[in-house]
Design a protein around this ligand. Structure first.
Ligand code: ZN
Length: 135
């Protein structure tokens, strides 16, 4: 693992949350992106070498909608940047972590992503992400 790539925060209303985080961080978000397959709209803020990702549900079956229903708004996941996501998945499985999707899927912000079950990491949903490079 290289660094904390981003911290994902579940929000009810992304426009309202954008304003809050613009005030908090003293900068504007650089990207809004819908990830249809995950049922989310995302908004990204760059902060040094890491990012803040705000996530709003696009439908009520979205994992973000369910998260907010259960726990309210707040930190949803921590994402770590990796160089070789497939090798990391194998390594972590050998270490006993529960991998939610063994095959990396296309996430927001041009990334391959894999999630680990929160049960594996003391209640924290962990995302691994690797930049998608065009070949
Ligand atoms: Zn994320």
């Amino acid at each position: 693992m290289n660094k904390i790539e981003h911290i994902g925060i579940a929000v009810k209303n992304i426009e309202a949350a954008n304003k809050v985080y613009e005030s908090l961080l003293g900068r504007t978000q650089y990207k809004t992106e819908k990830v249809e397959s995950e049922g989310v709209t995302t908004s990204f803020f760059q902060l040094g070498e890491s990012k803040i990702e705000l996530l709003e549900a696009t439908n009520e079956d979205s994992p973000i909608a369910k998260f907010i229903e259960k726990r309210g708004e707040g930190i949803h996941h921590i994402a770590f940047a990796v160089d070789d996501i497939e090798a990391e998945v194998k390594r972590l499985q050998q270490e006993g972590f529960i991998v939610l999707n063994e095959t990396p899927k296309r996430g927001a912000d041009n990334k391959w992503v894999v999630f680990l079950h929160p049960k594996s990491a003391n209640g924290v949903l962990v995302e691994l992400c690797q930049e998608i490079k065009d070949k």
